[in-house]
Write a protein that binds this ligand. Structure first.
Ligand SMILES: [Zn+2]
Length: 73
């Protein structure tokens, strides 16, 4: 994986490309993006919080649009 080029100062939070801050001269560290994974490690906890499988959860789901006005013949 490519090394991160964008550095962020540890003391003033200023961004730059060098490991020394352009503003205050303190040391800067790679500004890492938020960790992201296609696999949701919190999925089980989220399902538990939303009470997935319960009647209440079922009611909260978006419904398919059913045309009840016209009767099929
Ligand atoms: Zn700085």
């Amino acid at each position: 994986m490519a090394r991160q080029k964008l550095q962020r100062c540890l003391s003033c939070g200023s961004h730059g490309l060098s490991t020394t801050c352009p503003d205050c001269g303190e040391s800067a560290q790679a500004a890492a993006p938020m960790k992201w994974s296609p696999e949701d490690p919190q999925a089980a906890r989220r399902r538990q919080r939303q009470d997935v499988g319960s009647e209440q959860w079922l009611e909260s789901l978006p419904k398919a649009i059913v045309n009840t006005d016209s009767e099929e013949e």
